[in-house]
Design a protein around this ligand. Sequence first.
Ligand SMILES: C[S@@+](CC[C@H](N)C(=O)[O-])C[C@H]1O[C@@H](n2cnc3c(N)ncnc32)[C@H](O)[C@@H]1O
Length: 200
Amino acid sequence: MFGVPYQRQPVDFAKLFGRESRVILEIGFGMGETTARLAASCPDADFIGVEVHTPGVGALLKSIGEEKLSNLRIVKHDAVEVLQDMIPDGSLYGVHIFFPDPWHKARHHKRRLIQPPLVALIVKKLANGGYLHCATDWENYADQIKDVLGRTSSLVMAPASRQNPLLARPATKFEARGVRLGHGVWDVIAIKRSDGKAHA
Ligand SMILES: C[S@@+](CC[C@H](N)C(=O)[O-])C[C@H]1O[C@@H](n2cnc3c(N)ncnc32)[C@H](O)[C@@H]1O
């Protein structure tokens, strides 16, 4: 029930969660502790976590059961296909991408997740006024993220705010490891323009 199989049709969120609410999708939740904490601290919102890593999916399913998190569902599949096929256009209140694989070496930068085609797809799936929240512990990737989001005309950059509980990101496992190694942390947030139009 909490694990949702990948399907090629758009999902009806009201049916999936049994209510109308704000839906936030997370790409690559890892072991899922942050996802579980956010879902527990924001019971009014609904969360969909997407991850391909089997142990992480198992760990988060266990947390859902133990903590009775009725507002969290998991899809074990490639997030790009999930966004393309399962998520209705203009339906998401937020998208979280916390500590995507950094691909440190310059020759591997093309493998990074946050690139213009994925950002365009996310923008299509966000509701007007919806947000994209990215975090990384790799400064060069933070610069790339700021550059890609900054050049997306339908997005406006926003300050990282700890006022909004949805944006007050609990520390992730990958982040804690980076901090132990002396890495910095960069949060980058952008909002989809509320008129939904592209601005020059
Ligand atoms: C570096 S880990 C970070 C995990 C977690 N967000 C954290 O901060 O602890 C990146 C995660 O993204 C997942 N991932 C990468 N590409 C993905 C994709 N296309 N679809 C779903 N998950 C993906 C990986 O399996 C991995 O667990």
